[in-house]
Design a protein around this ligand. Structure first.
Ligand code: ZN
Length: 253
């Protein structure tokens, strides 16, 4: 049975695909939507609204940055609990049976076909869209500098996280170093350098695959969720990043 009904939203959302900015925004965890065929994955409304299902505020900030920068944005249309767009296929956290100690009943006992259908319906078309957009820009000789936009919960396993924002990088530190130097001027922010997470080939997809392996500059940006909890806060966060990104750009091109 197909995962998505004919009346359900597409697996990705592309905004300003012809945007002129060198920045390209990706939002892997933009949505908490679960396909109807999965019966809410057996989760409570509380769990489905929480940070385990999506990156609260990340899509809102990304849309506002896309508009302010005239930058394209590709956002995934379904929850990371259905299939995580920022994990390689086949790793345990790709279709998590447990997320932050909360069991996900609808992800237990899946057949190989079930897993393949999640990839076919959501993961593959989302990343194919990112590839299409980036290839189109390359053909037009437009540079692409990737920002993979995420958000993190202010408290995890009873521990408060001090960072306001984080810049996560893998093997290629070039873009991270430039952004961190600009972020150091924001005196009221505690900035994480590879905090609260770091990028790796097993725990990430967009930065290693669309960035490093393709020779493109890329980082993953983490925003603390209590700072982007309302539309007004999303706008304020985008307004803070705009000059930072504009100052960083000349040394990147
Ligand atoms: Zn995320």
């Amino acid at each position: 049975m197909p995962l998505l009904g004919p009346d359900e939203p597409a697996p990705f959302e592309t905004v300003r695909e012809h945007g002129r900015s060198p920045w390209v925004l990706l939002c892997d965890h933009a949505s908490r939507r679960i396909p109807r065929s999965l019966s809410d994955l057996g989760l409570s409304e509380e769990a489905r609204s929480s940070h385990i299902a999506w990156d609260i505020g990340a899509r809102g900030v990304s849309l506002r940055l896309s508009e302010a920068l005239d930058a394209p944005l590709v956002a995934c249309g379904y929850s990371r609990l259905v299939i995580d767009a920022n994990r390689p296929l086949g790793v345990a956290s790709s279709i998590p049976a447990v997320s932050c100690e909360i069991p996900v009943p609808g992800n237990v006992g899946l057949t190989a076909e079930d897993e393949a259908e999640r990839a076919r319906a959501i993961f593959m078309p989302y990343h194919a869209e990112v590839e299409r957009l980036l290839a189109m820009r390359t053909a037009r000789k437009q540079p692409s500098v990737l920002l993979s936009m995420h958000s993190f919960t202010p408290e995890l396993y009873g521990k408060q996280r001090p960072w306001h924002v984080g810049v996560l990088s893998g093997k290629d530190r070039r873009l991270a170093e430039v952004l961190l130097a600009e972020l150091a001027k924001e005196n009221d922010w505690t900035v994480g350098d590879n905090e609260p997470y770091r990028v790796s080939d097993v725990s990430d997809y967009a930065v290693p695959v669309h960035g490093e392996q393709a020779g493109r500059l890329a980082v993953l940006i983490e925003l603390r969720q209590d700072l982007v909890a309302t539309p007004v806060m999303e706008q304020a966060m985008a307004d803070r990043w705009l000059p930072i990104l504009e100052r960083a750009l000349p040394s990147l091109l």
